[in-house]
Design a protein around this ligand. Structure first.
Ligand SMILES: [Zn+2]
Ligand SMILES: [Zn+2]
Length: 334
């Protein structure tokens, strides 16, 4: 099968993701094999390709927003699962036994393995998944529309929950790429006013088009305090800026797996019971809930299709904010 793999991290301009010809993997007990239709492109893939975060072993096939159809089941698996359309998100599997897993915080499990990082992901024609972590995709959502929901959407949804957002609140989104453009649709559904902070004029227009009451750069002020904020851009200075803009008692959640250092700031900036917190990964439950909600609301992803072989180009265009929404790789296995 054809796959695009990371052998040696390097700046994306140097095309670190390389084509490979591999044999299709065989599912073991508890696993299924997925014939992949599409795979979304995430900032985490870029951070992995460029060496900001290091997978435990190389080479690895990136990609953790995978949509495809189960075409083989491992020993003891249900034959009836064959033909089911599923999604594979970032959480490939958790241990199920540790204190975090027992508390329902499997996203914090230290034994958790992540798709396209610890195990080969979806920049390929086929991949393996743990059957109990594969998310059924509601029929109302097409392959291309489903892919961005699987990381940008699910982790974004968890960020909204972790930011303690209440219906009708004024919410600030910092950065307006794949995740934020889905989150704003959930926030509008909850009756929230949304202000969007992004350097990209194209992304500001995109935000207004999706119902933002205000869009500008982070140095500007939307004219009234935020109740909550979610940061999507991996720039530590934004954490301080967001704290300056939230009301006493407000929350700032950081939706980023990697971020530059947060500069020091006066205690007064966080005093008044403001909360600053990170968001790490997501649980299976987050995924199942969010996909249902997405089907119900009719969330629309703005997608930019690239053939699998052009994965480096997709990552480069994302790095430079050359498109709105998310890049999705299309895969036709022969
Ligand atoms: Zn665990
Ligand atoms: Zn991701």
């Amino acid at each position: 099968m054809f796959a695009m793999r990371l052998y040696q991290p390097a700046s994306i301009e140097r095309n670190p993701i390389q084509p490979a010809d591999l044999s299709a993997p065989e599912p073991g007990p508890g696993q299924v094999r997925i014939k992949i239709n599409v795979c979304g492109v995430c900032h985490t893939d870029l951070h992995t390709a460029e060496g900001d975060i290091k997978p435990p072993a190389l080479p690895v096939t990136p990609g953790h927003q995978v949509v495809g159809v189960i075409d083989a089941v491992g020993e003891g698996g249900r034959e009836s699962a064959l033909g089911t359309r599923v999604g594979v998100p970032w959480l490939y599997e958790a241990c199920g036994q540790c204190e975090f897993c027992r508390r329902g915080e499997e996203n914090l499990c230290s034994q958790a393995r992540f798709t396209g990082f610890h195990v080969d992901g979806g920049y390929a024609e086929y991949m393996l998944a743990e059957a109990r972590y594969a998310l059924p995709i509601p029929d109302a959502i097409s392959d291309e529309q489903a892919a961005p929901l699987l990381c940008a959407g699910i982790v974004g949804y968890r960020s909204l929950k972790k930011a303690d957002i209440q219906p009708g609140e004024h919410v600030g989104l910092f950065g307006f790429g794949a995740s934020a453009h889905l989150c704003i649709q959930v926030l509008r559904h909850w009756g929230c006013d949304v202000s969007v902070f992004t350097r990209s004029l194209g992304h500001q227009d995109h935000a207004r088009g999706l119902g933002a009451v205000w869009a500008g750069v982070a140095g500007q002020d939307p004219g009234r305090l935020l109740d909550r904020a979610v940061i999507f851009a991996p720039a530590g200075a934004l954490a301080v800026r967001a704290l300056e803009l939230v009301r006493p008692g407000g929350t700032v959640a950081i939706n980023a797996i990697h971020m530059s250092d947060i500069p020091s700031f006066p205690y007064q900036t966080i005093y008044g019971e403001r909360t600053l917190r990170s968001v790490a990964n997501a649980t299976y439950q987050d995924g199942a809930e969010f996909l249902q909600l997405a089907a119900e609301i009719g969330i629309r992803s703005t997608v930019n299709l690239y053939p699998l072989k052009d994965a480096n180009q997709a990552l480069r265009d994302m790095k430079e904010s050359r498109f709105n929404g998310e890049a999705v790789l299309t895969i036709d296995a022969s």
